[in-house]
Write a protein that binds this ligand. Sequence first.
Ligand code: ZN
Length: 420
Amino acid sequence: MAPDSINTSGGEIAVNGRRYRLPRQPVVVVCIDGSEPGYIERAVEAGRAPWFGKVLTQGTSLLADCVVPSFTNPNNLSIVTGQPPAVHGICGNYFLDPDSGKEVMMNDPKFLRVETLFPAFQRAGCRIAVITAKDKLRGLLGKGLALGAGKACSFSSEKSDQATLAENGIEGVNALVGMKVPDVYSAGLSEFVFAAGVKLMERERPQIMYLSTTDYIQHKHAPGTPVANDFYAMMDGYMARLEAMGCTIVLTADHGMNAKFGADGKPDVIYLQDVFDGWLGTDKARVILPITDPYVVHHGALGSFAVVYLPAGTTAAEMAAKLKSMPGIEAALSKEEAAHRFELPADRLGDLVVVSTKHKVLGTSAERHDLSGLTEPLRSHGGVSEQKVPLLCNRRLVADAEQRPWRNFDAFDLALNLVA
Ligand SMILES: [Zn+2]
């Protein structure tokens, strides 16, 4: 594959080895963070989401696999590059940088190894708008865009008051949207994304728009619960307004979400650093949790995917065998096995990759997790058990669209190539 080659011919572009038709009407791709299958259906059944109800019956409703680790950053980057992390390089929110030996956030655009679709569509003459809830994704998603009024903008709800023409390609966002900066831990942070999307569509009619929310609600509220239904009802109204403006809308999720607590209501955790300290001695192995990010209040940095760096003298195979005999471990794979099975960049993984089962999470050491912010029983993600996500479109698949195992990173392919 020649990942960077761009050819424009016959109203098509090629990006990262996939071809995309140029949009005939505005295309809006929405990544609903943590939207486990069932959230939308329950809200429809409760009579709270008529637009979604129409999409489920008259549009396209597919189930897709997200990328494992089922975390936010790897999946958002897969959706906007059309490729798995083995190609784009972003395999966690957080990793051990082999160049520096330090544990760092993977937010820096320098870690992204290929171009996203956005600069390619911009060169083909499209106006682009990228709106995220949290600012942590903005740098990666906006990489390579020539930002400027009426050309392209990239901004977050979280830092909407700091948006400038130079940095974000837009200013005066709060006045445009008619909303102040929402709290970072709120449904309002995601509502702002949709409200801004509608206002921008009215004012500038970008041909390509990407909206990415936060999973604060999904971490705390299961499908069909009143707060979850409120969230999807809110979203429903904004989607209807985008559709009324003629947009093709594709919705998917970065990952699903499952309950991760025991009968006592407390998080059901395997503290892997403590396990390895017991086996090999204190701090001989190093456990890294790629879910780690600056906003841990709603999940306590507990997810279902971990990587482990092993000391000399131990092998991944022997440690994997020991782990696999423990209840709650779904997979323990060498770096090479994990890179192959999950399409990940081997040079950014530890020696061992560990995945826990549906209702278990992985931690480092018990004392290193602050769980005081968990006001509800833990719901989280990261594993294979959170891989199924919705892939919806408000248009029907064209008659000759081949059925295939769908991925969430087929979202732009669906929107541009496969629906009527
Ligand atoms: Zn997420």
